[in-house]
Ligand binder design. Structure first.
Ligand code: ZN
Length: 130
């Protein structure tokens, strides 16, 4: 799958985001090591503290399918004119599984930049911590 195809999956996922409060509808497409793509989207709640990011919902879906090794994730929101990067919590959640994965941060016009997750979250606590 090309970067553009993965980004298109994230764009499709963003259309299903539940974001009545922030109006920031984010979609994520998470590519697992076996090529499986799992989609996620923002799921907000009136108690904003329990809202879930698109990246988190994609990871939960992947783990529920038995996938815990990831190659790439594309993150998109049509409300973001800047490159959309994962929040700190999502960086840590992704790092738990695949610190070497690639993160495609997409702007509303479809342009994107790619980072290695370890560059977005250097020296992250890993599985070897305990
Ligand atoms: Zn997040």
């Amino acid at each position: 799958m090309t970067d553009r195809e993965l980004i298109n999956e994230a764009i499709e996922a963003s259309r299903h985001a539940y974001a009545p409060y922030s109006k920031h509808r984010v979609g994520a497409a998470l590519e697992c090591d076996d090529g499986t793509v799992v989609l996620g989207c923002t799921v907000e709640n009136a108690d904003l503290g329990v809202s879930m990011c698109a990246e988190q919902s994609a990871v939960c879906g992947a783990v529920a399918r038995g996938r815990t090794d990831f190659r790439r994730i594309a993150i998109y929101s049509k409300e973001s004119s800047d490159y959309l990067t994962p929040c700190g919590t999502c960086r840590q959640i992704l790092s738990e599984f695949s610190p070497e994965m690639e993160v495609l941060c997409v702007r509303s016009d479809g342009r994107y930049v790619s980072y290695k997750l370890r560059h977005l979250l250097p020296a992250a606590p890993g599985r070897d911590r305990y």
